[in-house]
Design a protein around this ligand. Sequence first.
Ligand SMILES: Cc1cc2nc3c(=O)[nH]c(=O)nc-3n(C[C@H](O)[C@H](O)[C@H](O)COP(=O)(O)OP(=O)(O)OC[C@H]3O[C@@H](n4cnc5c(N)ncnc54)[C@H](O)[C@@H]3O)c2cc1C
Length: 385
Amino acid sequence: MRTIVVAGASLAGLHSVQQLRNQGFDGRIVVIGAENHAPYDRPPLSKAFLAGTLAAEDLALAEQSDLDGWSAEWRLGVRAERLDRAAAEIHLSTGEKIRTDGLVIATGGHPRTLPGAEHLTGVHTLRTLDDTVALRADLRPGARVVVIGAGWIGAEVASTCRDLGLAVTVVEASPTPLARALGSELASVCTDLHLDHGVDLRLGTGVSGFAHTGTKVTGVLLDDGTQLPADVVVVGIGIEPATDWLHGSGLPLDNGVLCDPGCVTAIPSVVAVGDVARYRTPAGHVRHEHWTNATEQPAVAVRNLLAGTTLDTFRPSGYVWSDQYGVRLQLAGETAGADEITVVDGSPDDRRFVAEFRRAGLLVGVLAMNNAKLFGRMRRQLTTA
Ligand SMILES: Cc1cc2nc3c(=O)[nH]c(=O)nc-3n(C[C@H](O)[C@H](O)[C@H](O)COP(=O)(O)OP(=O)(O)OC[C@H]3O[C@@H](n4cnc5c(N)ncnc54)[C@H](O)[C@@H]3O)c2cc1C
């Protein structure tokens, strides 16, 4: 292979470039990144960066010297528009076409939004640095914030807004947020965290629309007829994998780019990594939306890409963390679908505990709140189990 294009200049894209060089690829690497920014870290966007305690330059994922050392061509502010499989070309938003021998798809995801939100000011989603800057500008003293969705990002945004002294209402369609990942009993700890910190929590109700004056949002309308006043609305209802540019390429797409267990797509010279990749496991296709996964997959995907065949299969650590309301939650393994969940240390009431998740007697997952040490030990047992 002489040229490899990496589409997506963020976490998974950056790690792919690094792996390509570490694994001995000395040809041309072209990285196509839709955002104008060099790769930066997203987790602080809902935490310290939103709070204003971390500067934009501290988000950088790599030193300029590393970027230079890998001697890749970084085409930032440029979108990959189309993959022409027959010509082995990537069409760019600039009108250029790049011929390539290999492709790493690392385009992540776009946040979902709600009908009626498109043209309203004051309604935000949170995926990019620019999204966060725009949201932060709206978080003026006295602003009433409504967060739609109490998943990881919604909870973190709510927590940061409470730290900023703002009135926050969180609306969540399910009766217990995060129940799938944590089990309903332990997920109730997250519910309690919101309540303990003065959040007005509306569970088990959907959103039917928005109230507005002109184009400025003034409220959120709930399914049960309630109207919540709002100056700022944050929609945190998940992402759609960014596969729009791959339609018509012939690559199988279904809630992500479908891959084999080694992140290789139906075309052996095309691999997918990070939030956009949906790879095959014995239990079906799986897609992760977590930081650690985006850093782990590239090693395997790049090895298979350079080999031209699937030599390695991906084994996820399933590690996720979340910082909210002054506590750190850490999760590893496959907690969804466990048939036995036991608190093995501490107590949820004390906001410090470790729980193990078992399926058919086998340790499959670990969850900790504010106990990184024991979590670390149990996580190692998990990987060797
Ligand atoms: C606010 C926030 C907080 C988070 N907090 C945590 C956390 O605490 N813990 C945790 O484990 N995970 C967290 N995550 C998740 C983690 O950041 C993601 O899993 C990770 O960023 C995925 O990396 P990625 O490179 O696959 O995708 P992304 O980071 O989404 O990067 C994809 C890049 O591709 C670009 N792109 C898209 N389409 C195209 C195209 N057609 N052409 C060129 N470029 C394109 C995008 O603009 C983007 O820059 C958080 C995410 C967000 C948004």
